[in-house]
Design a protein around this ligand. Sequence first.
Ligand SMILES: Cc1ncc(COP(=O)(O)O)c(C=O)c1O
Ligand SMILES: N[C@@H](CCCC[NH3+])C(=O)O
Length: 434
Amino acid sequence: MYFYGTTGVNGKGNLEIGGVDAVELAEQFGTPLYVYDVALMRERARGFKKTFDEQNVKAQVAYASKAFSTIAMLQLAEEEGLSLDVVSGGELYTAIRAGFPVERIHFHGNNKSREELEMALEHKIGCIVVDNFYELELLKTICLEKSETISILLRVTPGIEAHTHDYILTGQEDSKFGFDLQNGQAEEALATALRINNFNVLGLHCHIGSQIFETTGFLLAAEKIVGKMNQWKDSLNFEAKVLNLGGGFGIRYTSEDEPLLPSQYVSQIIKEVKRLIQQYSMEMPEIWIEPGRSLVGDAGTTLYQIGSSKEVPGVRNYLAVDGGMSDNIRPALYQAKYEAVLANKPLAKSTKKVSIAGKCCESGDMLIWDLPLPETEEDDLLAVFCTGAYGYSMANNYNRIPRPAVVFVENGKAALVVKRETYEDLIRLDLPLK
Ligand SMILES: Cc1ncc(COP(=O)(O)O)c(C=O)c1O
Ligand SMILES: N[C@@H](CCCC[NH3+])C(=O)O
């Protein structure tokens, strides 16, 4: 079994994360429970930042908070010197309430509302990543009304097909995001933005997709964008100060995945950007990146209590847990795969294959197909690894299932950072018929 970060097996033969016994965590905080290995999140953050620092490249590593946005998480990101990418008023609000330095917040999104843009201006955030012509006009109008100026990046779609699941591809030509780089829209948008005195145009942004294992896509995107930047130096008298290559760095969910280390992604990106700017005799721009999954994904483990089982002779054995698509919708949405062990006997030899079902009223509510496991008994706990990204953040209340609690573990200590929802929370916003 491959264990991540501080995860291992303790003297009692139980799974241990951050020096804390997983069985004790389940007893203390209940299940399902999201457990985060804080040391591993710090290690990942430092892995991205260190390479830029070592090579003296001006950079911002912005945590894409959509992967897991809570007050404690954003405070950890701030402690590690990260910047922050938010994509909605709600994510921005969480950042403000976490006390995140506003100048390091970047606001994304393909349909930001007037209220969201006003909120961003009011809080004087670092920059807005403008996605489309509608937003360019709306932001201009608001800036003029309020006599405000704002730094912006333009999001472009470079026409790169990254090798990943279709639903998490974003850099290809046929995408809802950004100004197309090839067909002249990006140039038109830039020319328009440069005419607006209230905008400080910092540079260009792209994001080619998610869960990407090679650097080729990032390097190609850099090549296409820097090539255009070179043209726009002459045609628009514009020199970009920032090249933002987005996030999407892959992580290891199962033995089928072979990601690079943060330092490997970063050093190859730096090398390529340096080569390009030398080729075009340009000034080195700041390089910004936006990792989400790769900062928090493999640091998260979900603990479940095992419940009912069903044997379909000759076909499959089902084993149900006390959560499911309500706390991890990724298997249903992307056929995502995970590995898991029994937290109270992680080293026991597997004797069978079982398929892990959730408790939602939906046949597609399956967490893992054909998982090798030892014999299971009542009170066994299942630990599903690598659930730290897009687990809690995409959790929902389908079937009115309360969302689980979140615990951070580090150096033998556990801290509750999100309380478990209660039934009362579920009806908090409901109003009676009369
Ligand atoms: C603009 C942008 N930046 C960053 C990310 C983070 O992606 P990931 O979590 O795959 O690193 C996303 C999500 O895919 C995104 O849309
Ligand atoms: N939510 C997705 C990825 C999309 C990220 C946002 N562009 C996932 O769970 O993998």
